[in-house]
Write a protein that binds this ligand. Structure first.
Ligand SMILES: C[S@@+](CC[C@H](N)C(=O)[O-])C[C@H]1O[C@@H](n2cnc3c(N)ncnc32)[C@H](O)[C@@H]1O
Length: 558
């Protein structure tokens, strides 16, 4: 056999001799430890390592095995690998004679283990050299198989979630193998250290069509995923247009409206609107039956009466931020905001001078602030008399806290143009007399006397230097027992997925701030004379951080 194939065969043998089920699980789901790991090990077992080789004849394979004291059984046609090679290398199936054989391999603890050897014959002069070279380089067919001993629906579903929910391995197709009477689910981790771990095959006796169907739905080929991501701007616009047209409210008040009627109501072209509705259905905002559309749970969030009501955010992302993101490269090249580059002014000044935009921004902030209503549940406000919300927008969060804590009074510090809207909202809620509205600049000074200070989604708008200034202003306004509550997304310090990654580039592009890790906030706070004392998770990957002044707090950098 080709020396590279000989070496790859040796790697497969070594893999089986050095990796057992627990070690394999430790690599693919490192979060598992102790009892959980033992429970999974009791359910499934490393059964084989697979690889694809490219000899000129079958005799070469037998010689290579014999040299290693191994003997292969009968070579059977392999349909799945043949199809995948045909797809990857644009070759007709008839050109690809792929066979597979099982080679029992002794492993140290005496488990029943095997090498699954796929063979594609590449005789001299055949036009398959590029297939062999490509596969030897990328090893796309190499995998390890875990067999489930006593299979049942619950065990397979649980294993499926354990493997894919941590974001390390992603579902990568699967099906029912009629010949062997078993269900096969594939998982992939492109970054795994050993190429045998880049693909994992979960093998279970029996037929589980619903599980296979769910697994396939979650298996999206990388090219499809990339295309979906690259066309994200189209999705932003489609959702923004739906928000602009008020489609969610219209579908609520006209539940059985036809496309023709909806086009009439929105003043749009029937064909154009129909295609927009079809796209919104494909991304899960609507469901369609007999030409009629209904909002899904996600689509309902675009209604004006939703909680959270995300319609203003959809209009903002499809409006000014859409334009600035068109120049995102400027922000990446210079480290400065593309927003200023496009609109000629910093975000907050530009919005302040345009009442319509300012109102849209404040209502967008307020609609998502409604998700932080849990603040009053996780913080003990019983001894709190005054809550100062610094840069509190139109006061949505402060209103929620005052409603939950009837004995408390509020102070809202904001820029003058935001306060009018805030006053009206407090008046409408019947609590205007419980709040003082202070027009000011938090980099210059903050009202004193608060028992609790709030900085909700303010620090992420600014660089570290300005954050230290804002924090120092708050520290000197606080009395010794005041607490500071910070509401922000946190950049994960491990591989967890989070909305914070996207919001970090949003901050870079539009305001000149950044999202930060908990460690980064702890350091910033320490530099301003605070210590981080608690952290609570809120919805939407947002956290509530509680900080208290250290002994020299308020005397740190001013
Ligand atoms: C991202 S918004 C957050 C609003 C609110 N805290 C929330 O979480 O919904 C930031 C707020 O900071 C206010 N702001 C910006 N610069 C300010 C300054 N120098 N002094 C006071 N407020 C300011 C803005 O008007 C805006 O309402």
């Amino acid at each position: 056999m080709h020396p590279l194939d000989e070496a790859r065969l040796d790697q497969a043998i070594e893999f089986l001799q050095t990796v057992d089920t627990a070690a394999l699980l430790g690599e693919i789901v490192p979060e598992l430890s102790g009892e959980d790991l033992a429970a999974v090990v009791a359910t499934c077992e490393l059964r084989h390592a697979a690889l694809l080789v490219f000899p000129e004849t079958m005799a070469e394979v037998r010689d290579a095995l014999a040299k290693r004291g191994l003997a292969g059984g009968e070579a059977k046609p392999s349909v799945v690998v043949r199809e995948r090679l045909s797809y990857r290398y644009y070759r007709p199936l008839t050109e690809l004679d792929v066979r597979s054989m099982r080679i029992p391999a002794a492993v140290p603890d005496g488990r029943e283990c095997a090498i699954e050897l796929f063979v594609l014959l590449v005789p001299p002069g055949s036009a398959l050299d590029d297939v062999a070279a490509g596969e030897r380089e990328h090893d796309d067919e190499a995998h390890a198989a875990l067999a489930v001993g006593r299979a049942d629906r619950l065990a397979i579903s649980a294993l499926r979630s354990i493997f894919s929910d941590h974001g390390w391995m992603r579902p990568d197709g699967g099906g029912y193998n009629r010949r062997e009477g078993s269900t096969v689910l594939y998982f992939r981790d492109a970054d795994a250290r050993s190429h045998f771990l880049r693909r994992i095959e979960l093998l279970a006796p029996g037929d589980y069509p619903a599980i296979v169907e769910a697994h396939r739905r979650h298996s999206i080929a990388p090219a499809n995923r990339l295309l979906t991501l690259m066309t994200g701007a189209w999705t932003t616009q489609a959702i923004s247009v739906a928000a602009e047209l008020g489609l969610a409210d219209l579908l609520t008040t006209n539940p059985s409206a036809t496309i023709e009627r909806l086009a009439e109501l929105t003043g749009t072209d029937e064909d154009g609107l129909g295609r927009l509705l079809r796209f919104l259905t494909s991304i899960g905002l609507l469901s369609a039956t007999d030409g009629k559309f209904e909002l899904t749970e996600m689509g309902r969030l675009l209604r004006t009466d939703a909680d959270p009501a995300l319609r203003p955010l959809a209009r903002l992302y499809g409006g000014p931020y859409y334009e600035s993101f068109g120049h995102f490269i400027y922000a990446v090249r210079t480290g400065r905001e593309a927003f200023d580059h496009v609109f000629g002014e910093h975000h907050f000044e530009y919005f302040a001078e345009r009442p319509e935009l300012s109102e849209l921004f404040d209502s967008a902030m307020a609609s998502s602030a409604s998700m932080f209503g849990g603040v009053a549940e996780v913080i003990d406000f019983s001894a709190v008399r005054t809550v100062v919300d610094v840069g509190g927008g139109n006061g949505e969060l402060l209103r929620r806290i005052l409603r939950a804590v009837p004995h408390a009074k509020g102070v809202l510090l904001e820029r003058p143009h935001v306060l009018d809207e805030a006053r009206a909202a407090f008046a409408a809620a019947g609590i205007a007399d419980r709040c003082a509205f202070v027009s000011g600049d938090f980099t210059v000074g903050v009202p004193d006397g608060g028992d609790v200070y709030i900085l909700s989604r303010v620090l992420h708008d600014w660089d570290d230097g300005l954050c230290r200034t804002i924090l120092a202003r708050i520290a000197s306004a606080m009395h010794d027992h005041s607490r500071l509550l910070i509401v922000e997304r946190l950049l994960p310090e491990d591989r967890s997925p989070s909305l914070a990654f996207a919001w970090d580039i949003h901050m870079l592009c539009n305001v000149g701030g950044r999202e930060r890790t908990a460690t980064h906030y702890r350091k910033l706070l320490a530099e301003a004379g605070f210590k981080l004392s608690a952290r609570h998770a809120l919805p939407l990957d947002v956290y509530l951080l509680t900080a208290e002044k250290t002994e020299n707090g308020g005397h740190a950098q001013r």
